[in-house]
Write a protein that binds this ligand. Structure first.
Ligand code: ME8
Length: 520
């Protein structure tokens, strides 16, 4: 990726469910990435939203005695509420019931019909009428042609559907993975897709006739476009890509292709195979990266509806009230299931991370440094006279290596790696204070210049680390910026992180960023 525009997307969330930690997680990590790119001066477009069509929504609405649109309106609002609650800075919140999306989906499907990539085909199989479900021949044989649920015989039935010619893209998809191995990450996920790709691809039905809540197939209204096709298109309809007359198009078309499309691992196949094939069929460029993270589990257990153990918004709000919103963001970004393995959300782990990293490291280091500057330097940033022993560290080299590591990790969507580089700086400052003991030197007036030099290095290194941590903890770093008179971010992150930017004489106020919290 070069400089300039950066487009990042989350999945769009189903409105037949209540928002929970999974949705907050994906949106938060995307937010941290988006903020980091903005701090680096890039022109970012960050998209999230809700997936509102399909049979499940229709059924949930029916069960509640409301219309599907009413249900969608109500629950979409719940998801939109997350954005404010968790300090998320999405640039758009798309809804698939927005007519601007619906019209574009129809014109995209029309294009695919015109090019022959979507065709009307007939499907034949063994139908379980009670379940409205087809069985393959093998499966029907296994259940002896009787529905295991109702006990009634399966019927031989056929149905006409529109199909997407996925099979025609098998070779091009393989070539895509050869030419751009980083298009699906992490590696474990790419290998999973490659494994399935080797089994061959079949055309996929992309329309349904057994319910009505969806977007009609152009010219064949009794067919509703399959919710997954409708949903995948959100990533381009939000940019107005299929409506060149629209304002969305005028302002946003330039953001495509996306730099980062973040999803959970359960929807990998749709994003890593069907989505690129659709884009190929539409002759649109492919995203740079589809990143499929793993899952949060809760206190060692898989979260599921039947167990009722989803960490919900109320519980997350409880964490925010107790520890602060930035602490939750920090926990999600550093301890989350970003890689190929699941992560456990546990109270004790949360508390420990908060105490170790934020109270004892970042908070303590900033408060120690600012308190000493208050006490020994009248609250003004001392000048760097070059007198102090560096403690074996070339601070300029050391910090710039960490800055590069932090930026580089963020490019690869390695959020915890990026944060770890910033924390390496903070930990080094802590050790440096212990090694050089400015609080002891300060007892001797002759050592004033040395004390000043030590404290300059501490404050400057903390300032640089804070620039790198700002995307993850925007509120606390703003507090630090205010207390230390660091000004607003300039949009040149690398430049801001250059050693020596902190001017002597800057008023440094004492800060207490992360109060200690008692564990339960
Ligand atoms: O799948 N841990 O929507 P959805 C981490 N509408 N992340 C989790 C999670 C967990 N335990 N559970 C869910 C859909 N997520 C479709 C997507 S996109 C064109 C259509 C997150 O409401 C994760 O990002 O079920 C996952 O992919 C997403 O929520 C699924 O949300």
């Amino acid at each position: 990726m070069g400089t300039s525009t950066r487009y990042i997307t989350t999945p769009i969330y189903y409105v037949n469910d209540r928002p929970h930690i999974g949705h907050v997680y994906t949106t938060t990590i995307c937010d941290a990435w988006a903020r980091f790119q903005r701090l680096s001066g890039h022109d970012v477009f960050f998209l999230t939203g809700t997936d509102e069509h399909g049979q499940k929504v229709e059924q949930s609405a029916e069960a509640r005695g409301v219309s599907p649109q009413e249900l969608a309106d109500e629950n979409s609002e719940e998801f939109r509420r997350i954005m404010g609650m968790f300090n998320l800075t999405n640039d758009e919140f798309i809804r698939t019931t927005d007519p601007r999306h619906e019209q574009q989906v129809q014109s995209l499907v029309k294009r695919l019909m015109d090019s022959g990539d979507v065709y009307l085909g007939t499907f034949e199989g063994w139908y379980d009428a009670g379940q409205e479900e087809y069985y393959t021949d093998t499966k029907a044989n296994e259940v002896e042609f009787v529905s295991p649920i109702s006990g009634k015989p399966l019927e031989r039935a056929s149905e006409q559907n529109y199909y997407f010619k996925l099979s025609a893209y098998e070779d091009r998809l393989r070539k895509m993975f050869d030419d751009h191995p980083g298009i699906v990450r992490p590696d474990a996920r790419r290998n999973e897709v490659l494994g399935r790709l080797r089994e061959g691809l079949q055309d996929v039905p992309i329309s349904r006739t057994n319910f009505a809540w969806g977007i009609g197939v152009p010219g064949a209204d009794e067919h509703v476009i399959y919710v997954w096709i409708d949903a995948l298109f959100n990533y381009i309809t939000a940019l107005g890509l299929a409506d060149s007359e629209s304002q969305w198009h005028a302002q946003r078309a330039g953001y495509w292709p996306a730099g980062m499309q973040v999803i959970g691992k359960e929807i990998l196949w749709f994003h890593a195979v069907i989505w690129p094939a659709l884009l190929m069929a539409l002759e649109l460029p492919l995203p740079s990266c589809i990143y499929a993270h793993s899952f949060w589990i809760s206190e060692g257990q898989k979260m599921s509806k039947s167990l009722g153990n989803f960490i919900d918004l109320e519980e997350l709000q409880g964490y925010m009230e107790k520890y602060g919103s930035d602490a939750l963001r920090y926990f999600l970004c550093t301890q989350g299931p970003l890689g190929a393995t699941d992560a456990d959300f546990s109270r004790s782990q949360f508390h420990e991370t908060y105490t170790t990293d934020l109270v004892n490291t970042v908070g303590n280091c900033a408060s120690r440094t600012s308190a000493m500057i208050g006490k020994y330097c009248d609250g003004l940033c001392p000048a760097d006279t070059g007198e102090c022993a560096d403690g074996g560290v070339d601070w300029s080299d050391f910090t710039s290596a960490q800055v590069e590591a932090a930026i580089d990790s963020m490019e690869r969507f390695d959020l915890s790696g990026s944060i770890a580089a910033a924390m390496t700086i903070v930990r080094r400052v802590d050790a440096f204070i212990n090694e050089t003991a400015p609080f002891k030197l300060a007892k001797d007036p002759e050592m004033a210049a040395q004390v000043g030099d030590i404290l300059y290095r501490c404050a400057e290194a903390i300032r640089i680390a804070s620039c790198l941590l700002e995307a993850t903890m925007p509120e606390k770093i703003l507090e630090l910026r205010d207390a230390w008179n660091l000004g607003a971010p300039t949009g040149d992150l690398r430049g801001e992180c250059q050693w020596g930017r902190l001017a002597a004489g800057t008023a440094i106020e004492k800060v207490a960023l992360f109060p200690r919290v008692e564990s339960e």
